[in-house]
Design a protein around this ligand. Structure first.
Ligand SMILES: Nc1nc2c(c(=O)[nH]1)N[C@H]1C(S)=C(S)[C@@H](COP(=O)(O)OP(=O)(O)OC[C@H]3O[C@@H](n4cnc5c(=O)[nH]c(N)nc54)[C@H](O)[C@@H]3O)O[C@H]1N2
Ligand SMILES: Nc1nc2c(c(=O)[nH]1)N[C@H]1C(S)=C(S)[C@@H](COP(=O)(O)OP(=O)(O)OC[C@H]3O[C@@H](n4cnc5c(=O)[nH]c(N)nc54)[C@H](O)[C@@H]3O)O[C@H]1N2
Ligand SMILES: [Mo]
Length: 763
């Protein structure tokens, strides 16, 4: 469900889940659990969760159909469109794909079979700026340095609130415990955020920052390091690093005074932040959603690691380190220290000409690809575990566009704001009926671990494994019709991966016989077969006998609390996969964006003349999709607009009353919550709400609907290099609701009443 990968201890009575606890013996999470973990119980028994394929009728209602009927329909609609133009079928992959073993392995297979350039995912409303910066500097998108949380003495955290999010691109169960340990050993935590978050409250120091200005602040920190001769790379990094002089020149004009004028942090404070970062024995800077999903996401993400490098903290204990996942880590395979590097913009979007990134196009252009007529127009859409109508910018336009599609199919757990547009919805099995290994998240973990859980319950005869459904869709995409032989396709996938592996000379199975290896994997099929292959050929693996005692899936099966592979280790230069074999400190694509940053110095809204909107994550939300669980939505309404008292006065807004928030793309009416936990000139609305649209089937979510904040996000304003959406720092205007808008006042009053009559869940 999230990136913390906590081990859970489940108690069952027959098939019924009766209790959920944190697994105290888990090698990584040690018993930690959050409300979403407990909510698994309600998720399992949620009567609204889909258990059968649904077919949309002319009147917009859904009726249950058999899997064969569903696939016959999918094939009859998709195949002709694919035959005419493969790019006419778009695919959107949502966030849970990163959390599901089946999907991590088989959504890729479907993607390849579709062969469309219209591939979209939640990654372009999320972390691509960071992965792009990492790929350009270090060679691959999974060579992302993470804070060595358990050993650092100084953590500068920007745009992240792990006490609510449980950490991101920093897989770390119980971040609060780890941050408290940091402070207990004499370390310091500094948080930079336009809101005083729970994490900020735990910190030694918190600085408000004007949204979208982190790159200015970070550039100023770099400037101070150079100007005051505080750059300390050390010989090892110096020898493998290109581009320092370019960075010094770029940082030259970025004095603390220049940054202070836009970011709202005083120049002497900026100098002190730089001094402390440079002076700490082991220090690390870390940025997340607030530094990614903003106008200068790639620059800010890049500068975070420039700082880590210049202070000598890259790739050393207590600094920013490179994890080594047990399975699927591209920077642990092949030739150590050198690779092909990263290429972007290999193709462009049809309408706006936005560049490809990691094989995808920015989801901010999905709507226009559907609603703009012409050659190559998107006519059909497949969504897998995603709710883009709520999660992506200018939701209203996308919502409208989905209604215009010739055909749409969704593989999902609910009829929600997005899937209600689908002609066919295919259900996915529940969490207890699927096996699990965090293939993606262990690549970003603050400790190297591996943990596999088999399915807790036997398969539901009505709901095939998700990998099976993905392969059946692959069959359609490959022109094999609605009833392709899934076992044969799966066999083909396994063979393909084994063949690829034996061709890698450095692999422990390089040059081995493909059939011998496939036999060794038998009788496993599906994700287990692929995972076993990846583990055994991976950096800790048994190499199919070449390294006795090494990791196998069988070894993980006999370690139900996980296997600890130890603290992070220095990995440079071996982990590099740049073409030069060096750390590219000043990649051309990034350097080219500095001018855009400079130009923004004159931007009034950013300088504080206007009001800007940011988001906020909440402990009991998980993006848009867990609001149908009573345990997570009870208590006072949470979809409120945080407004600073000064702004409330300026715009005549009252606590608990409604306000209209307007941006270029739309307007919403939301209840106001006045709080000085938000910076003056900044308002905050959480994302993932707005569950009152017609045609959904989430009864609990509907009665706690909230408002979709992405009605306000502008699909035309992007982080230029990555094409990532700007979900933070959106210029808005505020007005109280007056006159005949009494209706909204009543809603706000009712929500306020609810807040006093129910006790919030405390865990
Ligand atoms: N304004 C604003 N917008 C944001 C953000 C923000 O900070 N501010 N954050 C962005 C980020 S970081 C992200 S990752 C995106 C998320 O964007 P999305 O991934 O599009 O949205 P989710 O709400 O995560 O939707 C998950 C979907 O998966 C379905 N699902 C759940 N379990 C399963 C399963 O086992 N199988 C299948 N097939 N489906 C399942 C759910 O029903 C739901 O439809 O939102 C982004 N949008
Ligand atoms: N409970 C819960 N956990 C989650 C999720 C969830 O929805 N609910 N979603 C999961 C997902 S998909 C992700 S990607 C992660 C995200 O994990 P985090 O990045 O830790 O998520 P947020 O809590 O949104 O923290 C982002 C912070 O950035 C701040 N911010 C906004 N704009 C700016 C800016 O311009 N500069 C700076 N410095 N800060 C800014 C916001 O105020 C906010 O506090 O969380 C994951 N975990
Ligand atoms: Mo995300």
């Amino acid at each position: 469900m999230c990136e913390a990968t906590c081990g859970l201890e489940l108690t069952l009575a027959g098939d019924e889940l009766v209790a959920v606890r944190g697994d105290r013996e888990d090698v990584f999470s040690r018993g930690f659990i959050c409300p979403k973990g407990y909510a698994l119980k309600e998720l399992e028994s949620d009567p609204d969760r889909l258990r059968t394929p649904l077919l949309r009728q002319r009147d917009g209602t859904f009726s249950a159909v058999s899997w064969d009927e569903a696939f016959a329909l999918i094939d009859s609609h998709l195949s002709p469109i694919l035959a005419a133009d493969r790019n006419a079928v778009a695919l959107y992959l949502g966030n849970p794909n990163a959390h599901l073993l089946d999907n991590m392995l088989y959504a890729r297979v479907l993607t390849r079979a579709l062969g469309t350039r219209n591939l979209y995912s939640a990654s372009t409303v999320d972390q691509f700026p960071k992965q792009m910066a990492s790929a350009l500097m270090f060679g691959t998108g999974t060579t992302v340095p993470v804070p060595d949380l358990d050993r650092t003495d100084h953590l500068l955290m920007l745009g992240a609130n792990p006490l609510h999010s449980n950490g991101s691109l920093m897989t770390a169960p119980d971040v609060r415990g780890r941050l408290r340990a940091l402070r207990a050993r004499g370390g310091k935590l500094v948080v930079v955020d336009p809101r005083r978050t729970r994490t900020a409250e735990e910190a030694d120091e918190h600085h408000f920052i004007r949204p979208g200005t982190d790159a200015h602040l970070l550039f100023a920190l770099v400037h101070v390091l150079f100007a005051e001769d505080l750059v300390r790379l050390g010989e090892r990094l110096q020898a493998i690093c290109d581009g320092i002089d370019v960075v010094r020149e770029l940082a030259e004009p970025s004095t603390p005074e220049v940054a202070a004028a836009v970011c709202g942090i005083e120049a002497p404070e900026i100098r002190r932040l730089a001094h402390e970062l440079a002076a700490a024995p082991r220090a690390v800077a870390y940025g997340r959603i607030g530094t990614c999903a903003q106008e200068f996401g790639t620059l800010a993400s890049w500068l975070v690691d420039v700082l880590n490098l210049l202070t000598g903290n890259l790739d050393r204990a207590g600094g920013a380190m490179f994890p080594m996942g047990a399975a699927g880590h591209s920077n642990a395979a092949g030739t150590p220290g050198r690779g092909r590097g990263a290429r972007f913009g290999r193709w462009r979007s049809r309408v706006r000409g936005l560049g490809e990134i990691f094989g995808e196009l920015p989801v901010a252009c999905l709507a226009e690809e559907i609603d703009t007529p012409g050659d190559g127009q998107v006519r059909a859409l497949i969504t897998i575990a995603g709710n883009p109508v709520v999660s992506t910018p200018n939701s209203e336009r996308l919502d409208r566009a989905l209604g215009d599609l010739e055909f749409m199919v969704s593989l999902d757990a609910y009829v929600n704001e997005t899937t209600r547009h689908a002609d066919v919805i295919l259900p996915a099995p529940s969490a207890l009926r699927r096996s699990h290994y965090d293939l993606a998240l262990y690549l970003f973990a603050v400790r190297n671990v591996a943990h596999y859980s088999p399915a807790v319950l036997p398969p539901d005869p009505e709901v095939p494994d998700e990998w099976v459904t993905l392969l059946r869709l692959t069959g359609v995409a490959s022109g094999l019709g609605p009833d392709a032989d899934v076992s044969a396709l799966d066999e083909g996938v396994a063979r393909f991966l084994v063949e690829r592996e034996v061709k890698i000379p450095e692999s422990p199975v390089g040059g081995r016989d493909v059939d011998v290896l496939l036999d060794a994997l038998a009788p496993r099929v599906g994700p287990e077969r692929l995972l076993d292959l990846m583990l055994r050929a991976g950096p800790y693996g048994d190499g199919f006998g070449a390294r006795p005692g090494g990791l196998t899936l069988a070894a993980l099966e006999s370690a139900p609390h996980g296997v600890d592979l130890g603290p992070l280790q220095p990995r440079l230069p071996d982990a590099l996969r740049t073409a030069s074999g060096k750390i590219e400190l000043a990649p051309a694509l990034i350097v080219a964006d500095v001018e855009r940053l400079r130009a923004s110095l004159g931007n009034g809204a950013r300088n504080g003349d206007g009001v800007v909107l940011v988001g906020r994550r909440q402990l009991r939300s998980n993006n848009s999709w867990m609001h149908n669980l009573p345990v997570l939505v009870k208590g006072k309404p949470r979809c409120t607009l945080h407004v600073h008292p000064d702004d409330a006065e300026r715009f005549a807004l009252a606590d608990g009353e409604a306000a209209v928030v307007r941006s270029r793309t739309g307007a919403v009416t939301v209840p106001v919550e006045i709080t000085d936990a938000v910076m003056p000139g900044v308002v905050s609305l959480p994302h993932g709400w707005g569950h009152d649209v017609p045609g959904t089937q989430q009864r609990v979510a509907r009665s706690h609907a909230g408002t979709n904040s992405n009605l306000l996000a502008d699909e035309l304003v992007l982080d230029k290099p990555s094409g990532n959406a700007v979900l933070n720092g959106i210029p808005v205007t505020l007005a109280p609701v007056r006159g005949n808008d009494a209706f909204f006042r009543r809603i706000a009053r009712e929500e306020r009443h609810a807040s006093t009559s129910e006790t919030p869940a405390s865990l």
